[in-house]
Design a protein around this ligand. Structure first.
Ligand code: SAM
Length: 285
């Protein structure tokens, strides 16, 4: 194919409309990546002709996107909490809704007189949550764990790129490799989708590993385990925060209360859905 202009590339957006709600943005991101320019450049130089190798790379990316592959996998990157994270198919692509979990941790410790706190992120994946908290709390000691060795390597790569020396990434099946220690806060965005959920056959999740997405018992098996076992890894007055499905708020609050957590509540995400539940270990204050 002969070389094409920026404007011609942008016109291809309509061919993505059947598979993407953000077809135009998708094309812009692919073009920016290929040209190594920002989006302003695309609007300033619509008549710019791509070099032959740029045309080839762009069309390869375009065809991958057309077959449904997530933009984050094609670019190998996704921003979370303004941190550039490398992503791949070993774990979940970080979602904007998960930033709520980070916001809540910061809210809980906003007026904290103690400088050094400890935090554990279960199922860290790319490291998104633990690295976002570390970026805001450089004095804290943080640990992120994952059962997938590939995800552990990915999280470690992101940690190292961001040079966060206060974060440790461990290979662990939930608590199995965690040294006997009690944390001030435990966070997790665990797998919580019912294995029968039809959404698993749609969109980006088709390209993400089932091990990052599904859990037995209507999606609740890992949440139940984490609520049970976190208790022994939390200090008195320590907090547990869990992301969950939009329709799991009530059952997760019940699990927290049954385990003895207090000040239990659920917060809603950007779309108005119940998304993160939290509770404190200790007496009602
Ligand atoms: C929904 S993803 C969340 C990834 C990341 N924390 C985020 O929010 O983007 C769940 C993660 O839990 C990990 N996981 C699943 N089962 C696990 C287990 N038994 N022990 C530790 N991690 C596990 C998966 O490998 C995956 O990386």
């Amino acid at each position: 194919m002969s070389n094409i202009t920026v404007a011609q590339c942008l016109q291809l957006a309509h061919e993505l409309e059947s598979i993407s709600d953000s077809a135009r943005l998708d094309i812009e991101l692919l073009l920016c990546h290929v040209l190594k320019k920002n989006r302003t450049y695309l609007f300033t130089w619509p008549d710019k002709t791509l070099l032959p190798e740029q045309t080839e790379e762009f069309l390869q990316f375009f065809n991958r996107r057309k077959s449904g592959e997530p933009i984050a996998h094609i670019l190998g990157q996704r921003e979370f909490w303004s941190l550039p994270l490398t992503v791949n198919n070993s774990t979940l692509i970080p979602r904007p809704d998960t930033e709520l979990l980070v916001e809540l941790v910061l809210e809980l410790f906003a007026d904290d007189s103690v400088q050094q706190r400890s935090c554990l992120d279960l199922g860290t994946g790319t490291g998104a949550i633990v690295l976002a908290i570390a970026s805001e709390k450089p004095e804290w000691q943080l640990v992120g764990v994952d059962r997938s060795a590939d995800a552990v390597a990915l999280a470690e790569k992101n940690r190292s790129a961001l040079q966060f020396a206060n974060v440790q990434i461990l290979h662990s099946d939930w608590f199995s490799a965690i040294p006997a220690q009690q944390f001030d806060v435990i966070v997790s965005n665990p797998p919580y989708i019912d294995p029968q959920d039809p959404h698993l056959d749609q969109g980006d999740v088709r390209f993400e590993p089932r091990s990052a997405l599904i859990a037995d018992n209507n999606g609740l098996a890992d949440i139940e385990l984490i609520v049970q076992q976190s208790w022994n890894y939390l200090r008195e007055q320590g907090w547990l925060l869990l992301e969950h499905g939009y329709d799991q708020g009530q059952v997760v609050r019940d699990l927290f209360r049954a385990r003895g957590f207090v000040q239990v509540e659920t917060r809603r995400d950007l779309g108005g859905n119940e998304r993160v539940s939290l509770g404190k270990k200790g007496a009602v204050s």
